[in-house]
Ligand binder design. Structure first.
Ligand code: M6R
Length: 617
């Protein structure tokens, strides 16, 4: 949560920083702000502008007030401490206006620090926890052993902070230096030629350089025009290696679409292809070297936990059906926020799979830490190379979905589900619970999916029309059985988060135990009913809600007339094996929610109150 960028080079920093913020805005959009240092010699001034609301509000102000200078920092906020006002927007300054700080995270001991600062005469101007850092830096830079050394001052301040933070700092007396620090939250360095960057992720600087280096826990970075130095909190220099970001800037642009989400939905055939790519042997079986477990350890697994949040949790639920079916292993899927507090029974023969697009979700990260402390083997399934979850797990399987900018997850979920199938088949292959021919056959079915998604995408006009019909509905129910159940949850989550419609997903067999009371004349009920062994039972449930006045919208396989008989609307899906149907049913559910949101005049990419990467517990 919160997007952060820092730049020092020879270009106008404002342009670089605002461009970075535009790409990071998915991380939070309660306010935005920048600080630019004018001039490169002594006597430079810090020019600050910040505005509540989306980045566009700040940009309007910046039209009037062009901030010139070649060093700058910027922030886009998801509010934690204090409402989204101009005063609470970052950067936050010290009393003298000499130091500017932007911050992602929460400083848990800020009240105690505020009390000390006020007692020493500092005046607090915001409700944020962040502001304490500016005042502490003011003190440490002015006197004592760290006087006149911004990096040493920041190291000293970090030692006094509790909580999670990425801090990026500029000082008016340091015209060639941006310093940054990290604890628990992501920070990446962008390495350029005569210019260097820091950002919450590589999208912050991808337009300028593809060479990146991840900052590790409790490290401080000194970013200058001619180079970057990373130290630990004791000031010892830490060597590290850089990596090349291999997707191009187009991947992080809208490319002619009105919203990123619509583009990302359309990118799904390629995304699934990339997830599968290079992971098959010439014999048509799987090699997932990334798992980095010995064959013996794989055979020794006795139970699997899948931990995740939100849509990633739904991907995990699909994974449960696949892994249990193919591997005959017990699988529990847990919301990461509950997992560690429940004190689950884990051990060396437990495989914990942490699913996370960002690889930074705080609850999932804590679940990973808890699992590792209990000696479980932890596999991260993530889209983000070098993310904290991938680095703190025993192994990482990258989903290769490419950058996902819209807050609502689409291609990330699609590729997570694909990765779940790969894990299931790989475990089955190594443990011998499915014979190689069957594994090969499932992999062939999976390889057909990108084509089927592409074809399905050409049929979405009917779903768009349906969205217009449903745009004023206040409540929508989603029903599914077996792997259709997680999809019912996902369809409902998408509609809630994008269109602010009260939507709920249920296992269809469960509705008569309570939820059917919600059904009244005209209530839209979306039924996920691709051809499946439980089809007949599902259709009974459809009849039950219909008999009570529901308006049924049924997602049914091409040529399946049994489902159509009970539907006001039928959305047709190409045929595939029933266990793989989530990869197809996802598409109309995504389009339906995006188009209802659009028809309601809402911002499809940036729904209210949300941020893409939830880095607070
Ligand atoms: O980055 P992660 O996959 O860990 O994020 C998990 C959830 O926050 C995320 O899936 C969220 O539910 C999305 N907004 C759903 O569209």
């Amino acid at each position: 949560m919160c997007g952060i960028v820092g730049y020092v080079g020879s270009k106008q920093a404002l342009e670089v920083v605002v461009d970075g913020l535009r790409r990071l805005e998915y991380r939070g959009y309660d306010s935005a702000g920048v600080a630019v240092l004018d001039g490169t010699g002594p006597g430079a001034a810090l020019q600050v502008e910040r505005k509540a609301g989306k980045l566009a509000n700040l940009e309007k102000v910046l039209v009037e007030r062009e901030l010139r200078g070649t060093l700058g920092i910027g922030h886009t906020r998801w509010a934690t401490h204090g409402p989204p006002t101009d005063a609470n927007a970052h950067p936050h300054l010290d009393c003298a206006g000499a130091v500017a700080v932007v911050h992602n995270g929460t400083i848990e001991n800020y009240e105690e620090l505020v009390a000390g600062l006020e007692a020493r005469g500092h005046e607090r101007r915001s409700d944020t926890d962040t502001e304490v850092v500016s005042h502490l830096l003011e003190e440490r830079y002015a006197t004592g052993p760290t006087a006149g050394d911004l990096a040493a001052s920041l190291r000293s301040v970090c030692r006094d902070l509790q909580g999670s933070f990425v801090l990026v700092v500029a000082h008016r007396d340091e015209p060639d230096l941006v310093v940054a620090a990290r604890r628990n939250l992501p920070l990446v360095i962008g390495l350029g030629d005569g210019e260097n960057f820091v950002g919450s992720d590589v999208t912050a600087f991808i337009a300028h350089t593809r060479e990146a280096r991840a900052v590790e826990q409790d490290q401080v970075v000194e970013v200058r025009r001619d180079g970057v130095v990373v130290t630990d909190l004791d000031g010892l220099v830490v060597e590290g290696s850089s990596y090349h970001v291999d997707w191009d800037t187009d991947a992080a642009e809208k490319g002619g679409y009105d919203f990123f989400m619509l583009k990302e939905i359309d990118e799904q055939p390629g995304a699934v292809r990339d997830t599968l790519g290079g992971r098959l042997t010439p014999e048509g079986l799987l090699h997932l070297d990334e798992l980095s477990m010995s064959d013996e350890d794989v055979r020794g697994i006795e139970q699997v936990f899948i931990v995740a949040c939100g849509s990633a949790y739904h991907s995990g639920l699909v994974g449960k059906y696949a892994i249990e079916r193919w591997c005959r292993l017990p699988v529990q899927v847990e919301m990461a926020s509950e997992f560690r507090y429940r004190d689950p029974v884990l051990g060396r023969t437990t495989l914990v799979i942490a699913v996370s697009q960002s690889g930074e979700t705080a609850d999932t990260l804590e679940a990973v830490r808890h699992a590792r402390a209990q000696k479980a083997w932890v596999l991260a399934v993530t889209n983000t190379v070098g993310s904290t979850i991938s680095r703190e797990s025993d192994a990482a399987l990258y989903t290769r979905g490419g950058p996902e900018v819209a807050v609502a997850s689409t291609k990330a979920v699609m590729t997570q589900i694909t990765a779940m199938y790969l894990v299931g088949l790989y475990l089955a292959q190594l443990r011998g619970t499915r014979d190689p021919d069957e594994v090969r056959a499932h992999l062939r079915d999976l390889q057909e999916i990108p084509e089927l998604i592409a074809e399905l995408l050409t049929r979405m006009d009917a779903v768009r029309e349906l969205a217009h019909e449903l745009k004023d509905e206040q409540r929508v129910l989603f029903l599914g059985r077996h792997v259709g159940y997680p999809l019912a949850l996902e369809g409902a989550l998408k509609l809630k988060e994008l269109a602010y419609v009260s939507a709920e997903g249920f296992p269809a067999g469960e509705i008569k135990h309570g939820p059917i009371a919600l059904v009244e004349q005209g209530t839209p009920v979306v039924v996920i009913a691709p051809r499946h062994a439980l089809q007949a039972k599902l259709l009974n449930n459809v009849q039950e809600v219909r008999a009570r006045g529901a308006r049924t919208i049924v997602l049914a396989t091409d040529g399946d007339e049994s489902a159509a008989a009970y539907a006001e609307h039928v959305v047709r899906l190409p045929d595939t094996k029933s266990l793989l149907t989530p990869l197809l049913t996802l598409v109309p559910l995504q389009v339906l929610s995006a188009e209802i949101a659009r028809a309601r005049g809402l911002d499809v990419d940036q729904p209210r109150n949300l941020a893409k990467s939830v880095t607070v517990e």
